[in-house]
Design a protein. Structure first.
Length: 386
């Protein structure tokens, strides 16, 4: 059973919302000793979050919960915090370490709150727009920029949709996203692009009518919502990356092509795309992902959870069985920090979970320290994992 399904069942149990069928499913899942260990971590954490709302009996928390859950009409402990409601209304930090889920609100009591001395800044909307004449325009929240063909309110860029040209001469703009930034752009053909931290997109100010619409993701990660070819007299849309070309007929997909990474990932959310790399062509269906290894020149197609792969666009990082060193790489771009693993064995420590991009990174580190005894030190924008 998927982690998300079990997670939802346990949350429903904690909120006293299980029906008989769901209760039976959860009881069957708890027949496995490893699953019981996961369940116990939920129960213990739920108690710790609710310590000031109720009195507990001090039996083993797992024994107490199992005794309750196996009774057909069992009720969960009274006056518990509605965890599902916390997701909806509070700024939530969630991480799954090893096989256990951990939930943290940002309003810890003082004794449980990390003391943030050197607060690391959270990423925000910011970018540099390079115009066709070489002029660089700094874009950020609250800063307005307007010209004849492009407008920005500091959070997004919109190009004039009436500027399609019939001439062969194409002029290009560049949008560069630094570490600690992200940005949203609407191209002249109404194609929408979300750019992640440390990314750069090259694109025409206006597309040539009757020609293939082409842009280039020079490096980084971007999510494309392409305006259909049917809206442009059949003109195709292509995205070029370092070593691959993606041909589109009107679709939504994600491309991750960072310069320092040995793989390029293309993930299809909707529609259809054709990925061409070194003479190899792959047609993708929704929920499929190509992984191209730049060293071996190999390409594989797998089925993935698109919501996990594109969570960054909706304000979250979603990690599934990722090595700590990979998680650190993602966090480093968003928070504009550097990780240093003094304890090399921790580089491959597996992490699963969801982290809000609006949460301070030290809450993540604080969780690792308190749950898994992983120590850290922060000096300026450098984090040392011990």
């Amino acid at each position: 059973m998927a982690i998300s399904e079990i997670h939802n069942l346990i949350i429903k149990y904690l909120n006293d919302e299980l029906n008989d069928s769901e209760r039976e499913t959860l009881v069957n899942w708890l027949n496995n000793s490893e699953n019981k260990a996961v369940f116990k971590k939920y129960i213990v954490l739920n108690r710790s979050l609710n310590y000031k709302y109720q009195k507990f009996n001090y039996k083993d928390p797992l024994d107490s919960a199992l005794e309750e859950i196996t009774k057909k009409n069992a009720k969960a402990p009274k006056k518990i915090i509605k965890l599902r409601s916390l997701f909806k209304y509070a700024a939530i930090f969630i991480v799954v370490i090893g096989t256990g889920f951990y939930f943290f609100k940002n309003n810890f009591n003082k004794s449980n709150t990390p003391k943030i001395v050197n607060e690391i800044k959270i990423g925000t909307d910011k970018a540099t727009l390079t115009l066709e004449n070489g002029t660089n325009i700094a874009l950020e929240k609250g800063k307005v920029f307007n010209s004849g063909t492009v407008n920005s309110d500091g959070e997004k860029i919109i190009y004039n949709s009436n500027s399609t040209t019939t001439t062969e001469e194409i002029t290009y703009n560049y949008l560069t996203i630094p570490r600690g930034g992200e940005f949203y752009i609407v191209l002249e053909d109404n194609t929408k692009v979300w750019l992640n931290s440390e990314s750069q997109l090259k694109y025409p100010v206006a597309f040539v009518k009757g020609k293939t619409r082409e842009v280039e993701l020079l490096y980084g990660e971007a999510y494309f919502e392409v305006s259909p070819s049917t809206n442009h007299n059949g003109d195709k849309f292509k995205v070029h990356t370092q070593q691959q070309t993606i041909e589109v007929l009107g679709t939504q997909f994600n491309v991750k092509a960072y310069k320092e990474n040995k793989e390029i990932y293309t993930t299809l959310a909707e529609g259809k795309v054709k990925v061409e790399i070194d003479g190899i062509t792959k047609m993708l269906k929704p929920s499929e992902q190509t992984t191209y290894n730049k060293t071996t020149k190999s390409i594989n197609v797998t089925t993935v959870d698109v919501s996990y792969e594109t969570a960054w666009r909706t304000g979250y990082f979603n990690f599934t069985n990722k090595a700590f060193v990979e998680v650190a790489e993602v966090l480093a771009r968003w928070y504009n920090i550097e990780f240093h693993f003094e304890n090399k064995t921790l580089e491959q420590f597996k992490i699963n979970g969801v982290i809000s991009k609006n949460q301070n990174v030290e809450y993540f580190l604080f969780t690792l320290k308190n749950i898994e005894n992983i120590n850290y030190k922060i000096k300026d924008n450098h984090i040392y994992i011990k």
